[in-house]
Design a binder for this molecule. Structure first.
Ligand SMILES: CC(C)(COP(=O)(O)OP(=O)(O)OC[C@H]1O[C@@H](n2cnc3c(N)ncnc32)[C@H](O)[C@@H]1OP(=O)(O)O)[C@@H](O)C(=O)NCCC(=O)NCCS
Length: 176
């Protein structure tokens, strides 16, 4: 057996309690706190959205004051192993919809139900807000994530281009 296979087996053994409902309480999904900023920033950077812990403290602080936005953290033995953002974008065309803004699970803890637990928390939040539906965007290259979303009951509605126009520094609002 090669090293990768052996490591996979050890990991599966260590994490097997997550697969068993009797031990499901070891995974705790809760609101994100400012003290999670470092771990959240690390996971975000890995997803391709570089952000410092300091910037993240500020962002979490802003989001925590809002009723139309929520950050969930998945905590396993006091480690943050994933996080999710959901919000209610105010749009006259899609009034009342909820949108998942971000979801990432630490690559060492994938396929153990962490993403599902975060999504379930988001679905519960959206239901309590009486949203008619949840929307999310996912880069076409994220094939594995698409399988996950389909597993969670999502269907592809359409494909789009995302356009961006940069403003000069002087015109930009200082957000951080
Ligand atoms: C997508 C992601 C959040 C899934 O999280 P996860 O904790 O691994 O997902 P779960 O363990 O809850 O998976 C539930 C089910 O989804 C499906 N699924 C999840 N990952 C899959 C994969 N890589 N390939 C095929 N199916 C997958 C499976 O049916 C799985 O059930 P099973 O493990 O019993 O077969 C995680 O892979 C991730 O963080 N990816 C990188 C970041 C990313 O792409 N985020 C989405 C941005 S739009």
């Amino acid at each position: 057996m090669n090293r990768t296979k052996r490591l996979r087996r050890v990991k599966a053994k260590l994490l097997s309690p997550l697969r068993d409902n009797a031990y499901a309480q070891v995974l705790n999904v809760r609101s994100v706190k400012a003290s999670d900023a470092k771990n959240i920033a690390k996971l975000s950077t890995r997803l391709g959205y570089p952000v410092s812990a300091r910037q993240m403290v500020r962002r979490i602080g802003v989001v925590r004051t809002r009723r139309d936005q929520k950050l969930f953290a998945a905590e396993l033995n006091q480690n943050i192993v994933g996080w999710l953002e959901i919000f209610l974008p105010l749009s006259v065309l899609n009034f009342g919809k909820a949108e998942i803004g971000a979801l990432i699970v630490d690559d060492h803890y994938r396929r153990f139900g962490v993403g599902s637990a975060l999504m379930n928390a988001a679905h519960g939040w959206a239901e309590r807000k009486r949203c008619p539906f949840i929307y999310l965007r996912s880069n076409v290259i994220r094939k594995k994530a698409h399988k996950f979303y389909k597993h969670k009951g999502y269907a592809i509605l359409k494909t789009q281009y995302v356009f961006q126009k940069l403003f000069s520094k002087t015109k930009r609002r200082n957000v951080e």
